[in-house]
Design a protein around this ligand. Sequence first.
Ligand SMILES: Cc1cc2nc3c(=O)[nH]c(=O)nc-3n(C[C@H](O)[C@H](O)[C@H](O)COP(=O)(O)OP(=O)(O)OC[C@H]3O[C@@H](n4cnc5c(N)ncnc54)[C@H](O)[C@@H]3O)c2cc1C
Length: 520
Amino acid sequence: MKRHRGTGAEQGESALRSTDTDGSLAPLDATEPYDVCIIGSGPAGSVLGSTLAGRGARVLMLESGRGLHAWLTDRRIRSLARYDFTGDTDYPLSRTTSRLLGGNSNFWTGRCERFHPSDFEPHAYTPAENPWPITYADLDPYYDQAEQLFRVRGGPRSGFSPPRRGPLPLPPSADISFLKHLGAALGVTFEESATATPTKTLRIFKVQREILPAFLASERTTLVTGANVTRLLAGPDRCIVGAEVKGFDGTTKVARARYFVVSCGGIESPRLLLLSSSEQFPNGVGNTYDMVGRGFNEHPNVSFTGTIPHSWGTMVPTNKVARTHQHYSAFRGEGLGSVFPVMRQAWVLPNHIAKFRLANLPRNILNGLGRVVRAPLFIGAGTEMSISRANRVTLSQTRTDLFGSPIAHLIMNYSEEDRQLLDRARGLLRGWLSRLQVGSVRELEVAWSRHHQGACRMGRSPATSVVDANLKVHEAPNLYVCGSEVFVTGGAMQPSLTIAALALRLADHLADSLRAGRGR
Ligand SMILES: Cc1cc2nc3c(=O)[nH]c(=O)nc-3n(C[C@H](O)[C@H](O)[C@H](O)COP(=O)(O)OP(=O)(O)OC[C@H]3O[C@@H](n4cnc5c(N)ncnc54)[C@H](O)[C@@H]3O)c2cc1C
């Protein structure tokens, strides 16, 4: 049970099944330090762990969740995804996180765009005192690798999309020529939504199936599920000397390693740093300047549905999704953020992120029947949020989890710029709907993308950021954070490809450090 061996994806899968203990920490070797201890098995932890395993490192991965069945049925695990929330954004936080092997890749839609080069350059939403410490060119080779790893599919990229050397690894799976044709009538270039491709059809690209098998194939790796890291323990020199781990069976162990990487997702990573206060870090690890948790941002979406006359293109019952990069920076000149419009023509799933409301059911059924007469069309846009210090992850003053630790408290309000940008995006989309003569237009409630960004941001100084350009916590010599929580600004793109690119870059950095004998 301690190590899980295999050579191919299938062996990896059976090894994966054998990893699910009943919540005991038995596989964790607490005697000899590992090279690297990774906390969290979502896309960030899995990509990092599998890459380091390929370099021969002795890696421990600690994952609080277990399989999907445990997530759905084990009340102890579900209780770990409770939060306090304050703010006018009405954010459905508890429906955006999970405690599961593979993290939120169990639920994501696999969309995998790169950030634009302009995201890394100073713009209206970049904190003046804390620009990105890396550029697009720094990530470019890692984006290539990440796209290979995620088997990203899509057609030829237009000149509006982020620059790349060659085509995406795989061709598109759906024909979106109908949507491209609609876009052309507006003078707008739509393209396939770049998407991760699972090795078996009819599956979601779950990292525990697609990426973790490479981690389990190494004889020098250990995955422990049901392993809840409750605090990081610091030595007198501010090095992290251990991670306190609690199992669901009541046991506690300390995991030791030369390097620790926190990849617990955009809410739980800052929470773990805040929970780890000590004599060396009285306000939490890396939080001398009160930066941990600040700058949290998401992607609010404006969305419209309507109908158009049927044609050959609309008769095909598959889900057709197209996006355009053409207007990405259209509103930046007005001091606002970026936008990423999407057009969808589907019989079954017109908008998967819309809030489900029982009261809407009769209308939705009627709409479904109406699709036989006229085709449904969905047009929306994801938007960037401005960076506000006041939007933050902090610790609850009143509620604790089953291990006695304060749960996370998210505070997230709209800024004036956020509201203006949503309005500008509405205006852009209404213009398209009108020019395409879309009927029965209805605006939906603002929907959220479930992208948790910015709460442990990168930068050059501990006074303005939490981690440096290598993702190392400024104030702790052997502690790293990996995930969208390190983004300086949020752009309007989905985060996971950038998370994977950062994880691959961090793997290079840690492999170099291990080779050079740096760290503990
Ligand atoms: C419905 C939905 C659709 C989405 N669609 C897309 C999309 O199309 N494209 C895209 O790029 N992104 C999408 N996302 C977001 C994407 O899933 C996240 O960006 C991604 O999963 C983040 O990866 P991560 O590894 O940083 O964190 P997570 O996936 O959140 O993984 C963190 C892991 O850490 C574990 N953990 C937390 N705390 C502890 C602890 N104390 N001890 C041990 N383990 C711990 C958790 O159990 C979890 O497994 C979507 C998300 C949702 C919910």
